[in-house]
Ligand binder design. Sequence first.
Ligand code: C2E
Ligand code: MG
Ligand code: MG
Length: 665
Amino acid sequence: MLTFNRYLISIAAITAVILFSSFYFLHYEQQQIKSNLIIQHYKNVAIETGYQLKTQLHRLSDIPQLQSLINRTTAKETTIKAISIAQGSHILISSDPAINQVPAKVDSLSILSSTSTIDIESILKKYHLTYPVALYDQSTPVNLTIIITMDKKTVSRLLSGHLNHFLIYLGLPTTMLLIMLFLIFRKTVTTPLETLRQYAYYQSSTPKKMFLIELESIRASMVQSFSRLEAEKHALYISSREDHLSGLPNRNQLNERLNWLIEESHRNKKSFAFLFLDLDNFKRVNDTLGHDVGDELLIKMSSIMQKIIREYDIIARIGGDEFAIILSEYKNHIELNHIINRILDEISNPLLIQNNPITVSVSIGVAFYPKDGTDSKTLMKNADIAMYDAKHAGKNQIKYFTEDLNQQIIQSISIENDLRVAIKASQFELYYQPKTDTVTGEIIGAEALIRWNHPTKGLVPPDVFIPIAEQSGLIVPIGHWIMATAMQQQVKFVEEGLTLSVSINLSSVQFSHQNFIQDFTEALESSGALPKDIDVEVTESVLMEYSQANLELLTKIREFGCTISLDDFGTGYSSLAYLKNFPIDTLKIDKSFMDEYADHSGKIFIETIINMAHTLHIKVIAEGVETEHQLSYLQSVNCEHYQGYYCSKPVPAKDFIKVVKANNG
Ligand code: C2E
Ligand code: MG
Ligand code: MG
């Protein structure tokens, strides 16, 4: 591989070698022509001198008279240094008195032909040329030799003259041209190419316009591509750090800034509050009013929160309806609480979005650096735990993270893990509690209540594990097992001669699962139980959430022939509208009301519920009846049925059969 510069130099060198070889060849040829001309000239001079000798010399002894002739010829000819005439080895006359004997090395002019190749260099080395002349000294033949001594300097100058011309007129311009071409090439090609290479690597500065069109188009497309890449990189950077909907920092940027704040707070020994915010019932807005309204609501919420916080606080949107706020500058917890309460207040102001009046609230969990966590992950996790606590406590409130809360979470996680093996390991069992007629005392039904025989923790109450099963979704397989087992047990009760219905508790999570109705039908069919002997207990939450879909499901169950009980009535957001709109057969008054039956207000409540239910042709069961007094009170207010320890605690199926047989006789 060659660099462009070396490549150029190589080409220039080869061109120079070729050119100079041609020059040399031309020069050699020119030198030959000149040499031949010079030799020819010497020959002519020799012939002329010989002729003069022959015509003017009649006696050899008169030869000194020719001294002036040879002197004149020598003076005239610039290429001749001297002309001598010798007889044998004896010089007779010479135009140069220093030549007094025939030189040892000579070249003969007569054998030098003007057409043959002449080695002028070796002739110049000897620089004496001889030419024989034969004449008569009074009829005696005499052989003389004309010796021409060359003027070495003049001849050399004559010969090398054209070489200089070649060098000046051909060599120099060619060399100059090559150098110029090299420089032009460097300026217009090599250097721009190097600039483009550098630009491709570092993109440090945009290269200037280029002279050559091809290079300019490469440069222009490179500049265009790089600036597009740069813009895309910038957009990517922004989108990787910014939430596109609200324009708030996203989780990435929050992490970055949180880590930075942790470092700074560590150095300055300062603390700060990390708030985890989750909008309450946002899902319902999305589901009922559509995602457009949901999006607009999120944008509004973002700007409301942004207005409340100060510029040195940090706010980010970290999920669908989840936000994080970091408050670092507050004098004390009272001031902090004040700021958080302002957020709660401002958010709960009614809004009008696309003509829909919407009121939202927010649940806030707070964790402090460094008390509740010294790294971003722990802080976020603990604030999240506190936020969930706020949700559980009824939403629209602030909860601070505590170690107890953390322990609860840790326990929940361990329960969730154990629940996963509980079904396969047959650790669940159903207990049955009688439903009794208040007047006749006859047991008319049974409520199936789940029990978990945990291998190490012993009997875990459903109040502890059902909410965890609901959160993790494990309630679906567990609920399926409950339905199937309770329905099969109803058939076994019939086989034992007991005519009673079995109530099954359904969780709202299980109820909302897409396969619920299919699972229910399959369990019912495969058990062989009569639908009329199966009762389902749902809580008010089932009626509240997804009301339309749930109304359809309950209607289907009712169409099968099963009955429906509304459990724990009075504890949730009880509403008369539910009772009117949903197909409910029985209303179960929660135990908490039975505890207060003796109070005036408790009485009013129980009696109002019973009267209202009867007006709507709904039967009533009172839960948690423990005393005879309670029972006689219920009889006096016409409550049809009751459930409670007074009759029996929930017991395993085989014990339940005994209880019923003993009771019903
Ligand atoms: P629930 O459906 O309202 O069940 C009645 C609860 O009251 C039962 O508690 C029962 O043992 C208790 N109880 C009945 N009579 C008395 C009494 O006279 N005094 C007192 N102090 N308590 C009485 P349990 O079995 O601990 O269940 C608690 C809750 O767990 C249930 O409330 C129900 O919401 C849930 N649960 C129980 N089993 C299941 C089940 O199979 N599926 C689902 N989804 N939830 C269940
Ligand atoms: Mg129940
Ligand atoms: Mg109940």
